[in-house]
Write a protein that binds this ligand. Structure first.
Ligand code: HEM
Length: 361
């Protein structure tokens, strides 16, 4: 602060921030590697954005944690998740900047970094934990961290994650049974009608050979079995064992309802929330995949400075660490709007905004 009020550089603590780029190369008498500055700044920019992502995520978790959850807060939750996704899109592009460094330029300073690695990013692990990856983090995930980071992350691992909050929130979705109307019975009937129409069109298709007809009927039968699994406890258990779903059966069915009837006003925000969770998962997956490719470009088959197999380890995390893949797998069970059961008008009135009055049928 000076006598003219708050000063830009003081407010942002630029003296500390801009002093924090200290290349390792050149410290021990050798030449400083030109590209190490880019390497440091890129990582620092990531960590700053990780901090902002955690700021948003923690506030979303707090809003979900208030019991009973105030549904009026859903708009704030949706807006903050939208912001997280916007940040992810930006930081994913930073990979392209770092890739202007060639593998040979990287080798100019790589050995100076051992044993440090992005593998030790405590904020990245915290994001993974807060999103819901606790069960799928390898026991070694914290092994290279300093003891205080490890203790803190182990405490966070015991807190309720976004995935768990979403699971509980979805399971509470109202309206699935309403004054004698059971949505799932109507939906199953609609699916049966749809599959029967498909069966007739296969049988009536003069262009198919008998072998092709048999094959298409077998595929249709397999689709029918998949739909059945959604509703039967044993079948659903099978879907979980196959890794199709990690959410509870009640939550999966609610998410399906929200997707199918997302045009109803009361479901607009829940639908946007589910969409942002898919976007968030997609951006994180895109980062993992882009980062793994960058690592292959830089290191080929060399091991990482953090002690993993490098590209091979990272490539495997791409599919293994999906968080909201359930919401993607749900698309298997969507049916066309034209085939959807018509909701009773009293129920539609509940799903509308009160000032719209009687829905037009
Ligand atoms: C030249 C650029 C880079 C190379 C060669 C590289 C290399 C690696 C390697 C080999 C690993 C596996 C762990 C190990 O054995 O070290 C890893 C993990 C990781 N890196 Fe990078 N990295 C680069 C840039 C970045 C950047 C810019 C970030 C941003 C923060 C980052 C964040 C991470 C994270 C979070 C992990 C842990 C991933 C997980 O365990 O799922 N890396 N990196």
């Amino acid at each position: 602060m000076n006598d003219q009020g708050l000063y830009y550089a003081d407010y942002l603590q630029l003296d500390r921030l801009l002093q924090a780029q200290q290349p390792e190369s050149g410290k021990r008498g050798g030449a400083e590697a030109h590209d190490e500055m880019l390497f440091i700044i890129t990582h620092q920019a990531y960590e700053l954005w990780f901090k902002q992502i955690l700021h948003e995520l923690k506030s979303v978790l707090d809003l979900f944690a208030s019991v009973p959850m105030d549904e009026r807060k859903l708009g704030i939750i949706v807006a903050r998740l939208e912001r997280v996704v916007a940040i992810q899109k930006l930081i994913n592009q930073q990979i392209g900047i770092l890739e202007t460094m060639t593998p040979l330029d990287f080798l100019d300073f790589r050995n100076e970094l051992i044993p440090a690695s992005g593998f030790q990013s405590a904020q990245f692990r915290e994001i993974e934990l807060r999103l819901g990856l606790r069960a799928r983090l390898a026991p070694t995930a914290f092994s290279r961290l300093a003891a205080d980071d490890r203790d803190r992350l182990q405490r966070i691992a015991r807190e309720t994650s976004l995935f768990e909050h979403i699971d509980a929130w979805l399971a509470r979705t109202p309206f699935l049974e309403f004054e004698g109307f059971n949505f799932w019975e109507s939906y199953r009937q609609a699916v049966a009608v749809m599959l029967e129409t498909d069966r007739r069109s296969i049988l009536g298709n003069p262009l198919l050979s008998s072998a092709e007809t048999a094959q298409q009927l077998a595929e249709l039968e397999s689709t029918r079995r998949t739909f059945d699994r959604l509703f039967e406890p044993d079948g659903f258990r099978m879907l979980r064992e196959q890794g199709v779903f990690q959410l509870s059966q009640a939550s999966v069915l609610s998410a399906l309802f929200i997707n199918l009837y997302r045009d109803e006003p009361i479901l607009h925000l829940p639908f946007r929330l589910l969409t942002h969770l898919m976007d968030l998962d997609e951006q994180l997956t895109a980062w993992r995949s882009g980062h793994a490719l960058m690592v292959q470009r830089m290191l080929g088959g060399k091991i990482g400075t953090g002690g993993t197999s490098g590209h091979d380890y990272l490539r495997r995390t791409v599919e293994k660490k999906r968080i909201f893949a359930d919401l993607y797998n749900l698309s298997t069970f969507l049916i066309p709007r034209s085939a959807l059961p018509v909701l009773p008008s009293r129920l539609r009135r509940h799903l509308g905004f009160s000032f719209t009055g009687e829905p037009r049928v």
